[in-house]
Every structure is written in C-alpha cells, then in structure tokens.
Design a protein around this ligand. Structure first.
Ligand SMILES: [Mg+2]
Length: 266
C-alpha cells in the first residue's frame, strides 16, 4: 500500500487523463472521524462544501456508500445530486439510479424481529446501542466498559447464531460494531459495481475511473471491486490492517486534503 501523497504525481495523472471519474466514499471513519456514538458522527461544513463543489464538476459523479440506513446517510450528508448507497448497498438512489434489493422487504421483517431480541438481551448492558436499520442491524459497543465486552459478544452470538446457522443472516465485526446482514451475496462491492455500470453505460466502458475511499472491513469488498475496474482504492487510517486497497491516507482530515486537491485538478 502506498501513501497517496507520496505517489501523487501518478495519481494526479490518472485522474487528469480520465474523462469521467466516479468518486465513492464511505461515511463513518472516512468522511467523519470515528466517534463514541454513531449519532455523533456529524459531517463538517468543510467536508460538505468540498463534496458539494465536487458534485457540480462535469466529468465527475460523487457518491456516499455506507452501512447506515439510506434515510440516515442522506440526511447526514444533505447534498442534492449525488448518489447515496445505504445499508451496504441494499438501497441506492441518486441521479439516474433508484435501486432497492429485491429481498429487502422480506428480509426487513426478519431483521426487525432479530433487532427486537437484540435490544432486549443487550439493552441491560450500559453503553450498547442497537441500531435497527431496516434490512441490516448494528450493535455498537464503543462506549461499553472493557470488563463487559465479553458479555456483549456472547449475548450477540447467542442471539444471532441460530439464524446464522440456518443461513438466514451473516455477521461481520468492524470498528467496535457487530453487524447483522441478510445472508445474500450483496455488499459494498456490488454497490460500487452497480453504480459504475449505470454511470458507464452512457459513456465508453473503460473510460470511467472509479475511486473509492473507506476505512473499515466492509469497505474491503468495495476496494476489490474498484481494483477489478482498474480504479483507485484508498484505505483511510492505515494502521496495521491487511487491506486490498492500493493506497492509503492517514485520517479523515487527510481525506479533506485529497478532496481539495481533486477540486483543483478536475
Ligand atoms: Mg467506515
């Protein structure tokens, strides 16, 4: 993995030489700093302004791809005329795109039931936040006391293990969050591919350069999709994590620097 600003010349050239670019960003930990509670992840005015200005550039389509519910991510970002992919891509909307995964409604009721159980079993542990996002669920435990972490994990496992064994759901664990998703092969990588395909049909294939920025395990699928499309995959917050990304930036504030540079060269 190479640091974006160490190889800026070559990145610069690839962006300049493409006529059409697709810029997709994760939200939490990428556009905003990681915070204690998901409620507190507010987009800064600076980042909103940068994204808004980029959205007005011709030859560039901007989108936000998040594990949050579509309504939540739209409200938090609040920019018209960009693409929003919520719930890891189960719901996508924006200019020229309106997509809801066909199983969303059916799976939503299973998820809701499981959310009710999780709220009941985990509700007694201080600091746990169970988020029912419709087609997916998140259990946030950043604010839980260290000595109760095993309790959170075992209560979570007890609740989800049966449904997982039956092949109804799959679970992932990221930065202080356990997530439950329907066991259908659909993830941020599919969302990237779907948006790319829509965008590329009206243009010549291969002339669209996709760029993806993300910070967590669920972004790895998106990095792989972007790599397959000869795009730029950028991990935010390098750490020691093994990643499919080709490049990295150190923090969400460096993402702002990157966005500001894009604004100058597109
Ligand atoms: Mg993230």
């Amino acid at each position: 993995m190479q640091y974006v600003f160490n190889v800026w010349e070559s990145i610069y050239r690839r962006i300049r030489q493409s006529q059409n670019r697709l810029l997709l960003c994760d939200y939490d930990g990428t556009l905003t700093a990681i915070v204690d509670s998901p409620e507190m992840a507010i987009l800064s005015d600076e980042t909103r302004k940068l994204l808004g200005s980029l959205a007005h550039k011709s030859g560039l389509l901007v989108g936000v791809v998040s594990g949050r519910a579509l309504s939540d991510i739209k409200e938090r970002v609040g920019i018209d005329s960009i693409i929003y992919a919520g719930n890891h891509g189960f719901e996508i909307e924006g200019p020229g795109i309106q997509f809801i995964h066909p199983l969303t409604e059916e799976l939503g009721s299973i998820m809701h039931l499981m959310g009710t159980v999780l709220k009941r079993t985990l509700g007694r542990i201080k600091g746990v936040i169970v988020e029912d996002k419709g087609v997916t669920l998140s259990v946030h435990y950043r604010m839980v006391d260290d000595n109760q972490l095993t309790e959170v994990t075992s209560a979570f496992e007890n609740t989800v293990s049966t449904a997982r064994k039956l092949g109804k759901v799959k679970t992932t664990s990221g930065k202080k969050v356990h997530e439950v998703r329907p066991a259908v092969p659909w993830h941020k990588g599919n969302a990237v591919q779907l948006v790319y395909d829509k965008f590329a049909t009206s243009r010549k294939k291969g002339q669209v350069l996709p760029v993806y920025l993300g910070d967590d395990l669920t972004d790895e699928d998106a990095f792989k999709a972007v790599n397959d499309l000869d795009g730029l995959s950028i991990l935010v917050g390098a750490g020691s994590q093994v990643s499919a990304a080709d490049y990295y930036l150190n923090s969400p504030s460096e993402v702002n620097l990157f966005l500001a540079e894009l604004l100058k060269i597109i």
